[in-house]
Design a protein around this ligand. Structure first.
Ligand SMILES: [Zn+2]
Length: 155
């Protein structure tokens, strides 16, 4: 089925009509079988609109709105949690091999760097200034990605 937007010659009334085919429309039009539902004028012609292929319902096709961004186009909160969980798991794996040195972290790291203490994996606390000083001296130190409670702060 094909639906055409038609309009009559007498009153320029617009209406829709369904036809089996374009030829069927032309035939019925030529024989004056199509009448305007408003004024009955049989001199109808196609309105200036493209014909649409009919669907089961004869509702007008509605143009789909511009596609909205897919909800998962950006990393979901679930993904972020998964990444954090992976980081936490890695840290949990490393920490038991690491020695808590608390506030002595900067001194301990510097001692190892200067060869005054054996190389060890340590973690502890520094002030931002101490961390900056370590960095300036080329001493590798990185913040724990997941905050932990200092062991000596737990009763
Ligand atoms: Zn009419």
């Amino acid at each position: 089925m094909i639906v055409f937007d038609l309009c009559c010659d007498a009153g320029d009334h617009r209406f829709e009509a369904w036809f089996a085919s374009s030829d069927s429309f032309a035939d019925q039009q030529a024989r004056g079988l199509i009448a305007c539902p408003v004024c009955g004028d049989s001199r109808v012609k196609k309105a200036v609109m493209a014909p649409r292929i009919g669907t089961k319902s004869n509702q007008r096709a509605v143009a789909a709105p511009a596609a909205a961004p897919a909800p998962d186009a950006t990393p979901s909160a679930e993904m972020a949690r998964a990444v954090l969980a992976a980081i936490a798991a890695k840290q949990a794996e490393m920490l038991p091999q690491s020695r808590w040195v608390g506030r002595d972290f900067a001194d301990a790291a510097r001692a190892m760097h200067e060869g005054r203490a054996p190389e060890d994996l340590i973690h502890g606390q520094t002030s931002p200034e101490e961390a900056q000083a370590l960095h300036d001296d080329g001493i590798a130190a990185m913040p724990l990605l997941v905050p932990i409670a200092p062991p000596d702060a737990i009763n």
